[in-house]
Write a protein that binds this ligand. Structure first.
Ligand SMILES: Nc1ncnc2c1ncn2[C@@H]1O[C@H](COP(=O)(O)OP(=O)(O)OP(=O)(O)O)[C@@H](O)[C@H]1O
Ligand SMILES: [Mg+2]
Length: 371
């Protein structure tokens, strides 16, 4: 902070390593968002492809194809949507699937669009069916049928729309109906970031926050950020808090390690809930298999919390495997807890089982459709 006052940490009761964000955090994030494509760190495949789509459209002086961005929370979908509008030099209109209750709401948004504008529809997989059907026509024919009257006397008056670009974002591309998916000329799938990329995100954010950070600290934070820029930025803010209150204001390795210890984020990014799941699996159930509800009860959480909050990362990183008979601890889980797996414990199953949380089967790292 510019005036050097201590700011209450925004997340005292929340999990520090969750990849979703609340309103307070979204406001803090706005300041850290890259504004141009060249500032956007990582995702080189999607970035290059998108850059071509945008440059070609600019050269033709026409609105580019509709763009669908998919991928887990916190990887930069909203950021890219904003970048698309600013690269095109146009304005961004923002709405979301859940905000559109009726087809009429969408018709109102569409009919107020100006030529070349970008319409960002967040969580597009949550659009109601009638709105979705209206959107098909608008995206393909730049037309919206305005229904006047009710019942038998109702008639549809076609209203021509100026060319515009829809940017849809979804964490669940698999839930999008095929006709909607097909109307996007370009689909970019965002993947988790590697540690060097996250390090760059952290160094950039520290610069914007006006704090001095050592490379070793950025490296340490990156390793605990679960492949997610949102988490990297959040951990950076917590380390900054620690440095300000207990350190000398500098973000060095000591500050990073000490802060993340206070917040119970371990060296690979597991928090208390993740570790208690692993602990229960290994110590109480000898590595499993154990059913989800039993496991959840043991750690004092709802099954849904364990399944959607802790498990995706544990499975992705190869600590836990899902089998038809229940959850199983891998060799990596045992060694992470400093335990020796009993003879006959399942080996490391990392990578051999499909992680169905947060990935979507269709997503490559970006593909061109309809060319
Ligand atoms: N490639 C990147 N380079 C730098 N910062 C990034 C990058 N991607 C994301 N961020 C930062 O991470 C934060 C979260 O990104 P963003 O809001 O775009 O994620 P999202 O994919 O839209 O998440 P959600 O699915 O929850 O809406 C932002 O503050 C943004 O600044
Ligand atoms: Mg978003």
């Amino acid at each position: 902070m510019a005036d050097g006052r201590y700011e209450e940490p925004e997340f005292t009761s929340e999990r520090l390593v969750t990849s979703s964000a609340d309103d307070v955090e979204r406001a803090a994030e706005a300041a850290l968002r890259p504004k141009r494509l060249e500032e956007f760190v990582g995702q080189s495949v999607v970035r290059d492809q998108l850059s071509l789509v945008l440059q070609a459209a600019l050269a033709r002086g026409a609105a580019p194809d509709h763009v669908l961005l998919s991928g887990p929370p916190g990887l930069g979908k909203t950021t890219l949507a904003m970048i698309i509008a600013s690269e095109l030099g146009t304005s961004l209109r923002v709405t979301s699937g859940p905000a559109i209750q009726h087809a009429g709401d969408l018709a109102a948004v569409l009919s107020s669009l100006e030529e070349g504008e970008v319409l960002f529809i967040d969580e597009i997989h949550r659009l109601a069916r009638p709105a979705e059907e209206l959107l098909y026509v608008a995206m393909e024919d730049f037309r919206v049928d305005v229904v006047v009257g009710k019942g038998a006397g109702a008639s549809a008056i076609p209203l021509a729309l100026p060319p515009f670009t829809v940017v849809g974002a979804t964490t669940r591309a698999g839930l999008l109906p095929a006709p909607l998916r097909d109307r996007f000329g370009f689909t970019g799938h965002l993947d988790f970031y590697d540690a060097p990329e996250l390090e760059r995100v952290i160094l950039r954010s520290a610069g914007l926050l006006g704090v001095e950070i050592h490379h070793a600290a950025a490296h340490e934070i990156a390793g605990r950020s679960r492949g997610t820029p949102r988490i990297a930025n959040r951990l950076l803010r917590r380390v900054r808090d620690w440095a300000q209150v207990r350190g000398d204001g500098r973000l060095d390795l000591t500050a990073a390690r000490a802060a993340l210890e206070v917040y119970e984020v371990d060296p690979v990014g597991l928090d208390r809930l993740d570790r208690s799941v692993l602990d229960a699996l290994c110590r109480r159930f000898a590595g499993g298999p154990v059913g989800l509800s039993t496991l959840a009860m043991t750690v004092g959480e709802e099954p849904d919390t364990v399944e959607t909050v802790a498990e995706p990362f544990l499975v992705r990183e190869g600590f836990v495997a899902r089998t038809p008979r229940g959850r199983v601890a891998t060799a990596q889980a045992w060694s992470h807890l400093g335990l020796t797996p009993p003879a006959g414990a399942p080996g490391s199953l990392a990578g051999t089982l499909f992680d169905d949380a947060g990935t979507d089967p269709e997503g490559g790292s970006g593909n061109l459709q309809g060319l």
